[in-house]
Design a protein around this ligand. Structure first.
Ligand code: NI
Length: 136
């Protein structure tokens, strides 16, 4: 089933887009947009399989029941991706854990999401970097 929707575009951007359509010989704007959407999805999947390095940071209260054990358990499940873990005691209650990771973007994201989702983790962030080339 085909659905229609309208797009608002700046005049100049639309003119550039129409030039692009002519150059690429698309038969109309819809066809060009469909193609661009598909390509960006492929790009996304391709990047998910790419090798990256990253830093996951977590903030949590170590008094939370079994939280430390859960975090350690989960990290052992990803020991191929984890390069190093550093634990900093921020104050009486709070800990900062910095996990340096290396692996496929998809795996690294998965680990970060699982760590952040653990109950009691107050804050979690992932920063990923890539050279744009394979790290092997
Ligand atoms: Ni601590």
């Amino acid at each position: 089933m085909i659905k229609r929707f309208s797009i608002s575009l700046d005049e100049n951007l639309l003119a550039e887009f129409d030039d692009f359509i002519l150059r690429r010989q698309y038969s109309n704007r819809s066809e060009a947009i469909r193609d661009l959407i598909r390509k960006s999805f492929i790009q996304d999947e391709w990047e998910a399989g790419k090798e990256v390095v990253g830093v996951i940071s977590l903030v949590y209260d170590h008094h939370q029941y079994q939280l430390q054990e859960r975090i350690t358990e989960l990290q052992h499940g990803f020991h191929h991706q984890i390069v190093s873990t550093t634990h900093i005691h921020m104050d009486h209650d709070n800990c900062l854990e910095v996990v340096i990771v290396r692996g496929k973007a998809l795996e690294v994201r998965d680990l970060a999401e699982k760590l952040t989702a653990i109950r009691g983790v107050k804050d979690g962030n992932l920063a990923m970097s890539s050279t744009g080339e394979d790290l092997h």
